[in-house]
Ligand binder design. Sequence first.
Ligand code: ADP
Ligand code: MG
Length: 369
Amino acid sequence: MKEIRFENVWKSYGKTQVVKGLDLTIKEGERLILLGPSGCGKSTTLRMIAGLEDITSGDLYMNDRRVNDIPSGKRDVAMVFQNYALYPHMNVVDNITYGLKVQKVQKDEIITRLNTVLEMLQLKGYEDRFPKDLSGGQRQRVALARAVVKKCDFFLLDEPLSNLDAQLRVLARKELVKIHEMYKQTIVYVTHDQIEAMTVGDRIALMNQGQLQMLDTPENVYHRPANIFTAKFIGSPPTNIVDMAYQNGNVVIGEQIFQLTPMWINQMNQSSVDKFVFGIRPEHLEIYKAPLENTLKGNVKYVENQGSNYAIYVELEGNEVIAMSEKNKWYPSEEVYLRPIVDHIHIFDKETTNSIGYPKELNHSLLLP
Ligand code: ADP
Ligand code: MG
């Protein structure tokens, strides 16, 4: 199995623990995204797979073989770094084929593979250029090409697109997915960009402070965040999080209430949690000018133009929450009425910050098994 398995892996630099008890299985042939804020331990985790960092404790398996003590060169990995690290004194062809020559791959085989990647990554016509004469996007494609020609079982990428402008990033994401569909390597892809994670990933492993927060499909990470950190990290603007109480089938926020549906009441009744936190994404919080059934009264603080939408910042019982609106018809100090779409609410345990779970009858579209 071309699988990667971390079993209780710890990594420390001196007294600083950077990865804390990681248990994670990356499946053969999947695109696994390691996502999380800067400094959370993503690169360290990737470099442990590559064999560029030793493991402080725990076990790392690749292809069912314990690799803690196996050197990088014997792990069948190709890696793309954030800064590309192209050889400045080599042209495109030499940059791409250098590794193959070192590996003593046969000459015709090198030429066949080279032509395939030049074609695939649209680098035909640039063969003789040096890195300094290429644009950022072209350099990035050379770096990808250099990794792809190695035909390794494991393809490791560390923020490979972060130096590109937004439009090129979108193109490069598509190219990457195409490469993967052709070669079906096991891909581990590090990013701090949740949009990249959503678009490229089969599954997302979200990390924070060296610990795995959630491992699931992009759909589930969005619709069923396992904890408050995940709810806030995924989505932009982030999920609104406010303290709540639960009373007689109602969510109580400050002095106001709104009614839950029977399936959520059932879910709440099964929970042994004492103190709750309420979560709702801005796109799932409706905003009105007049009170309707099950709305909560608030006051507009300010309005942010986001292009296709407006983010309306509203003061609600001492909290700041955000609702989205397609219309620019909301004004500071105006009284507004907010209605959470009950099928899209999230409820967390205030103490552990974990989700209390979702009613089993609740079927979000897009949800995978
Ligand atoms: P990420 O890739 O998620 O941004 P890293 O894995 O690079 O995070 O780093 C995780 C933490 O480990 C950071 O706080 C960083 O400062 C620390 N770190 C990384 N490399 C070293 C090192 N060689 N010595 C000491 N601390 C390090
Ligand atoms: Mg990093």
